[in-house]
Design a binder for this molecule. Structure first.
Ligand code: MV4
Length: 504
């Protein structure tokens, strides 16, 4: 086995990988930027090497500096985590040239899945269903018009180089096409330096369900089931779970088989994720894209399968066979993960950097927290503000939700704002509890919340009106109605009270 691995990442995922290495008796090397001198991953690793200024373009994205650090420390392999260099084919080539093992797939597999159009072509070859649409970039607006009519509205315009919803437009009718076409291309060019866009039929109220796959260098392929990721905010996942509330063992087997077909088509090695859109009505599924890395939400799969994905990645990269066969994979219990961010849910999820003055992480039955911070640590403005992933499991979805609520209540973070209060509201939401999860969930959730606030304000006003009518003392009434104005939103007030209680 490897004796030393360099982790080319930071935050919770760097800590996660260091823990797996420690399990396996492998020495660890952290890299860090100026902003991360005191970061948790630096404290946890056996060694740490400084790689540059805070902006990731000057540190965590500098392939040559990281290779140099690996050579200097004698690390035989590099684990990239997610983000940063994890899907950079040139970095893989640079590592290979320097005789360092990249823990992940070959650069060719990465490139094949890097573009959405290229990925769609591969899926067709592999006889896996894709969302109906084009498999070449649109040449002109006129062509878009023609195809739009053929496919039928609504349609989606998507950037070939896209990701994170950038360069993506939902187009309801032919009249909206012109402006959508222009803005999608403009956004694609600005974000990816590539203005290629293509058309997909819009799937109505789809679910986003992905399949975890794994392959070794000996031609063995397995799938580890699905993760339901339909709850997204601005195309960022917020909550992930397994099984999907619409899971059946039949659907899982079918989607798993399709995911393996896609992976095989590019000779994939290591951990990968194949994303699908699933129609809520028909349960039909369509290939969307493949992510050629370990994903943020991998703990959900670990909790239900009992397989350590990072350990398996390391074993496979070393050349060992998968430690299990498909028939041995069992799914037990129900797992749910929340991404805890240093963001203010009461202020449009604005990042909330600063020093964590108090930290109490939930524990107990069915709770796992993958964190990247400690009490006294600084959440910097330079990187993704996710501070931890709170994952829970229970025998049933109900039990998992009960434990999630308990864990969220136990969680205390002081000094910065976090998304914990937002999750506390979601676990109480009837639609979430019912498992009615689709792409529109967060929008509907926000609308329900607004309605509730209006209701409560109306109730407040009714109480004031009553007291007005009943009161003979004019002065008291004035004070009360002032109070009512301040508390235009009882929810906001409750939030502020919670903030004062928990985080000061
Ligand atoms: C779609 C879609 C409907 N039809 N594609 C893809 C990337 C993801 N971030 C959003 N994507 C979507 N692609 C077709 N053909 C709807 C979405 C979508 C979505 C998907 C899953 C979860 C949340 C979502 C929110 C908005 C749009």
């Amino acid at each position: 086995m490897f004796r030393k691995i360099l982790i080319a990442n930071r935050g919770e995922i760097a800590c996660r990988v260091i823990r797996a290495c420690r399990d396996m008796n492998i020495k660890t090397v952290a890299v860090y930027s100026e902003a991360d001198r005191d970061a948790l991953h630096v404290r946890m690793a056996d060694e740490a090497i400084f790689i540059g200024a805070p902006p990731s373009s000057e540190s965590y994205l500098r392939g040559e500096k990281i290779i140099e650090a690996a050579k200097r420390s004698g690390a035989e392999a590099i684990h990239p985590g997610y983000g940063f260099l994890s899907e950079n084919a040139d970095f893989v080539r640079l590592a290979t040239k320097n005789e360092i093992v990249f823990i992940g797939p070959a650069p060719e597999a990465m490139e094949a899945m890097g573009g959405k159009i290229s990925a769609r072509k591969i899926a067709i070859e592999a006889e896996v269903p894709i969302v109906p649409g084009t498999t070449e970039p649109l040449e002109s607006f006129e062509e878009a018009q023609k195809i739009g009519l053929e496919i039928g509205y609504p349609i989606m315009l998507k950037a070939s180089a896209g990701g994170g919803g950038k360069g993506m437009r939902f187009v309801q009718t032919a009249e909206d096409l012109k402006s959508a076409y222009e803005t999608a291309r403009g956004e694609a060019l600005a974000s990816f330096n590539n203005d290629e866009v293509y058309i997909e039929k819009a799937v109505v109220r789809p679910r986003h369900i992905e399949i975890q796959i794994f392959a070794d260098k000996h031609g063995n392929y397995v799938h580890l089931g699905e993760r339901e990721c339909s709850i997204q905010r601005r195309h960022q996942k917020v909550i992930e779970e397994c099984p999907s509330p619409i899971n059946s063992s039949e659907l899982r087997a079918k989607m798993g088989e399709s995911a393996i077909k896609v992976a095989r088509a590019v000779n994939y090695v290591g951990a990968g994720t194949v994303e699908f859109l699933v129609s809520d009505e028909t349960r039909e599924f369509y290939f969307l894209e493949m992510n050629t890395r370990l994903q943020v939400e991998h703990p959900v799969t670990e909790l239900v399968t009992g397989i350590d994905l990072v350990r398996e990645q390391i074993r496979v990269a070393f050349g060992e066979k998968l430690s299990f066969a498909q028939e041995e994979v069992e799914w037990k219990n129900h797992a749910i993960e929340c991404r805890v961010y240093a963001e203010d849910p009461e202020n449009n999820f604005l990042p909330s950097p600063g020093t964590i003055t108090r930290l109490r992480v939930p524990q107990g039955n069915g709770v796992r927290d993958d964190g990247g911070v400690y009490e006294g640590a600084e959440v910097s403005i330079y990187y993704d503000p996710m501070i931890s992933k709170l994952a829970v499991y229970g025998k049933t979805r109900e039990e998992a939700i009960d434990r999630l609520r308990r864990a969220l209540r136990e969680y205390e973070v002081g000094g910065i704002k976090t998304t914990l209060p937002f999750f506390l509201e979601i676990v109480e939401d009837e639609e979430f509890i019912a498992g009615n999860l689709d792409t529109g969930f967060i929008t509907r959730f926000n609308e329900r919340k607004k309605e509730k606030e209006i209701d409560e304000t109306a109730q407040d006003l009714a109480i004031i009106a009553t007291s007005l009518a009943n009161s003979s003392n004019q002065k008291t009434v004035t004070i009360e109605s002032n109070k009512a104005q301040q508390s235009a939103s009882r929810w906001a007030l409750a939030g502020r009270a919670a903030a004062q209680q928990n985080r000061m």
